[in-house]
Structure formats: structure tokens, C-alpha cells
Design a protein around this ligand. Structure first.
Ligand code: FAD
Ligand code: SF4
Ligand code: SF4
Length: 435
């Protein structure tokens, strides 16, 4: 078993809207200006560079999920112990190490002192991938390991990351000088700091320290597991969301613009999986990785049922009320019970559930930025987000998109435009329940 303790990182540079992906801790912290998803992302250019083409909204579900070659419902035939779902993510990286395709894998391990806190590590022994299985809540500077990995002579690398990390990685990929890079992405939404997440756990159990697993499932339930083997399922509508502090979900995570990790070679999630995992193979490298699993993985065609429009519209109305400082419309308790029964049976399911979530997140981006960082909207919101929310009457107001003559490349944005570091803390009126 190797020692996975990461090197001491440089302190992060102060930035407004920042999930500390690690770039500001690299030798040249000014790279944030051209690498950051929260400054002036250019998805079409990076999709082109990564996949050979940008998303084609007329093709399949690309308007919602970004470019892909194949989409599957999937599970490992033998689920891996300790995995968040069945462990496809870590098994892909383990196969890359086993076959010698890569020299190392950058990913998040649990902090030995707090299993919910992510710690960036470089894994070189395939057996050690078992130690990083499972989901942690929070951020940690994964990309700050790129320079130490290069200094250790690791030339071919894999990285498992969430979308804000993968965007920055892709933006810098060409200047990093690795011979080969494999990117396994997971979707991500509603992240928060590890500290805040502990407060949430404390609302769910009187012994929160014994909660070993939590997942927001696609059947509208949160699943909890405990150290003694007990399991509990809580309908989303019964979650104590109203008891969370207003800034529980940081502004970054209410306004990021890529739910499904469109710049990964392969995305491994669960949203479109109807109880299984959900794979989006985006390019040749993604297909190469999936092939490494052979018949360890069971693949199926994703299903889709229900209609999303009503659920998305209700969500938008609620977020708009909260973002405008008005109280939320709360469901009476008896109706919560009824809806908790109806949603898994008749609400959006499978791919329609995934489309629902992607549209909700796009609407949150527009409404929360409009309220809290209006000046950022014109550079931060890509056109694919506007297209997703247009059917609900959310369209750009004057000044919210770039006039062609105002367009700037990320290189033209001064680093101090991303400071001061005040922004990822305040979030009045934020509500972002999973559904
Ligand atoms: C904060 C967060 C929110 C998510 N939200 C969604 C969602 O809304 N919809 C959806 O379909 N999927 C979401 N996912 C992904 C999902 O939870 C599973 O991780 C994914 O489906 C892979 O399951 P697995 O069994 O293959 O993973 P495993 O094989 O168990 O591997 C999990 C991998 O995730 C990495 N990881 C764990 N925590 C973090 C972290 N905080 N930051 C970066 N990497 C981490 C680990 O390094 C490990 O490599 C989210 C993940 C995170 C971290
Ligand atoms: S999230 Fe953005 S601002 Fe923060 S370190 Fe990463 S690139 Fe820099
Ligand atoms: S929700 Fe978005 S900004 Fe927040 S951690 Fe996930 S990808 Fe990053």
C-alpha cells in the first residue's frame, strides 16, 4: 500500500467565485484567467479541441448532455465494495494502471481524519484505487497535483474529476506537456463545503458521525447508510432543506454551467440510469477506456419516461421567488406524502430525469447570477445554457450577453478581475433541493 499523502500545496490565490480547483496554487496562478469555468468559459472551442467537434443540439440529447458517441445504462457485474454506485469510475482508472496505459491517476481520497473531506492524491498502484472509492462532499485542489506529477516523471496520466476541475484541465492541457491524458468525469451539482455538509448530516441523524454513505438517487430518495449496516431512504420532499443556512450551497455550485462534465472522455453518473449507472462515452479515448472493462460491465439502453416541463417550471418559480427575496411556496405536509409517492412512479424518469435536472441547474445559473453577479452573466453563461432555459421564458436581458464587439478572449481578462475573494460565500435566498 503506497503512501498517498499529497505534497504541501501553495496557498490559493484569492478569487471571486472559485472552487479551488488547484490552478491558483500552481506555479503561474495567473492561469486562472484563461482556465476558469467561472470567468469566460469557451465550451465550443474546448469541445472541439477535446472531441473533434462541438455539441450538435440537433443530435440525440447533445443539447442537454454535450457531445457523446454512445450512452449506456451500466453497472459492474460485481459491484466494488465501498463504491458510490458499482465502482465503474475507479475501475476504469484501475484498468488504465493495470494495463500500463497510464503511470498515475489524479483523484480524491477521503481525509484519514474525516471521511467526507476530499484530499487530492496521485495513485500509481492499481490496488490503491480501492482506497478512493465513494463520494466526498467539498472541494480540494486536484489540479495542484499536475506539476508534482510531472516532476515525478509521470508522463501518461488519468484524472477523475468534477466539471469545474475538468474545464480548467482542458483549458491548460496543451501547455502541461503530458504525453497522454485520460479524463474520467462525474456529473456534479449541489456541492458544498465539507463543513456545511456535516451540518446537513446532523439534521438527518442524531448520530451523524455514523453515516457512511449518502446519495441523491434518481428515484427521488436520498439513501443513507450507517456504520452498523443499517440503510435509510428519505424522500427528497422530506429533506430538512428549509433548515439549512441560506448560503449552504455556495454561489459557484448554484451557477456552474456544466452539469454532465462535457469535456471528460467518459462521464460516469447515475442520473439517466434508472437505478443503475449512466455512461456517456464522448470520444475515442472514452471508448478505449470502456473497452478495458470487457464483460465486467453490463451495458443496457437507457430508458426515458414522464414529462419534465411541469417539474422544471415549478422549480424555476420557486428559485425565482427565493432569488427575489420572497418566501418559498412550501407544500403542506399531507401533499408532501402524496407527491413523495407519485414522483418516483409518474415523475420524469431515466433520461427525462437527467434532462430535468440539467434544465433546473441551467435555470438556477441564470436566476442566481442575475441576482448576485449580474456583471458576470455576459461572459460566464454560454449559449447552451440560454437555449436550455428559453422554453421557460428565461431569455437574456440587455447587458446579459456579449455584443459581438465586446467579446474578449480569456487571455484578455486581467487576473484581478477574478479577485477579490468575497464571492463564494454569500447566497441569500439560495434554495437548491435536488428536485
Ligand atoms: C459533489 C458531487 C456531486 C455529484 N452529483 C451528481 C449528480 O447530481 N448526478 C450524477 O449522476 N452524479 C453525481 N455525482 C457523481 C456520483 O456521485 C458518482 O460518483 C458517480 O456516479 C460514480 O460512481 P462510481 O460508483 O462509479 O464511483 P466510485 O468508483 O466509487 O468512484 C468515485 C470517484 O469520485 C471521486 N470523488 C469523490 N468525491 C469527490 C469530490 N468531492 N470531488 C471530486 N472527485 C470526487 C473519487 O476520487 C473517486 O474516483 C456527484 C459527485 C460528486 C463528488
Ligand atoms: S476554480 Fe477558477 S479561480 Fe479557482 S483556482 Fe480554479 S481556475 Fe482558479
Ligand atoms: S456543483 Fe459545479 S462548481 Fe460546484 S463543485 Fe460541482 S462542478 Fe464544481
Amino acid at each position: 500500500m503506497a503512501d498517498l499523502t499529497p505534497p504541501a500545496f501553495a496557498a490559493p490565490a484569492p478569487r471571486d467565485l472559485c472552487t479551488d480547483c488547484g490552478v491558483s496554487r500552481m506555479a503561474d496562478a495567473k492561469r486562472c484567467g484563461r482556465a476558469c469555468q467561472f470567468i469566460a468559459p469557451d465550451y465550443p472551442a474546448l469541445e472541439n479541441a477535446t472531441h473533434g467537434r462541438a455539441r450538435d443540439p440537433a443530435k440525440g440529447d447533445e443539447a442537454h448532455f454535450g457531445p457523446y458517441r454512445a450512452m449506456h445504462r451500466a453497472r459492474l457485474r460485481a459491484p466494488a465494495p465501498g463504491a458510490q454506485w458499482t465502482g465503474i469510475t475507479t475501475r476504469l482508472a484501475q484498468r488504465l494502471l493495470e494495463t500500463g496505459a497510464v503511470d498515475g491517476v489524479l483523484c480524491m481520497a477521503p481525509d484519514p481524519a474525516d471521511r467526507w473531506r476530499p484530499v487530492p492524491v496521485i495513485v500509481t498502484d492499481p490496488a490503491d484505487m480501492a482506497r478512493v472509492r465513494g463520494m466526498r462532499m467539498g472541494y480540494a485542489p486536484l489540479l495542484a497535483l499536475l506539476e508534482p506529477a510531472r516532476d515525478r516523471g509521470l508522463k501518461r496520466l488519468a484524472l477523475i474529476g468534477i466539471p469545474c476541475q475538468v474545464y480548467a484541465l482542458r483549458a491548460l492541457e496543451r501547455e502541461l506537456g503530458f504525453d497522454r491524458l485520460y479524463v474520467i468525469g462525474t456529473p456534479c451539482s449541489d456541492n458544498t463545503t465539507t463543513e456545511a455538509f456535516h451540518e446537513f448530516l446532523a439534521l438527518l441523524s442524531n448520530r451523524p458521525e455514523t453515516i457512511s454513505y449518502l446519495e441523491f438517487r434518481a428515484d427521488y430518495h436520498v439513501e443513507l447508510r450507517f456504520d452498523d449496516g443499517r440503510r435509510q431512504e428519505i424522500p427528497f420532499l422530506r429533506l430538512p432543506i428549509s433548515q439549512l443556512k441560506p448560503d449552504f450551497f455556495p454561489l459557484t455550485c448554484r451557477t456552474c454551467v456544466d452539469y454532465t462534465n462535457v469535456l471528460a472522455d467518459i462521464t460516469v453518473g447515475y442520473m439517466g440510469g434508472q437505478g443503475d449507472q449512466w455512461l456517456l462515452v464522448r470520444n475515442d479515448r472514452g471508448a478505449e477506456m470502456l473497452a478495458l472493462l470487457g464483460d465486467e460491465v453490463v451495458l443496457d439502453t437507457p430508458g426515458s419516461a414522464g414529462k419534465r416541463a411541469g417539474a422544471v417550471k415549478g422549480f424555476i418559480d420557486n428559485v425565482a421567488r427565493a432569488a427575489g427575496g420572497l418566501p418559498l411556496r412550501r407544500m403542506p405536509d399531507w401533499l408532501r406524502g402524496v407527491m413523495g409517492w407519485i414522483m418516483p412512479r409518474f415523475g420524469p424518469r431515466g433520461l427525462e430525469f437527467a434532462r430535468t435536472r440539467v434544465e433546473m441547474k441551467a435555470a438556477e445559473t441564470v436566476l442566481h447570477l442575475r441576482r448576485e453577479r449580474r456583471a458576470r452573466m455576459k461572459t460566464m453563461i454560454p449559449s447552451h445554457i440560454w437555449a436550455l432555459v428559453a422554453p421557460y421564458g428565461l431569455t437574456p436581458q440587455p447587458g446579459e450577453t456579449l455584443a459581438p464587439q465586446d467579446a474578449r478572449t480569456p487571455d484578455e481578462i486581467a487576473p484581478d478581475e477574478t479577485a477579490p475573494a468575497k464571492g463564494n460565500r454569500t447566497a441569500p435566498g439560495g434554495v437548491s433541493p435536488p428536485m
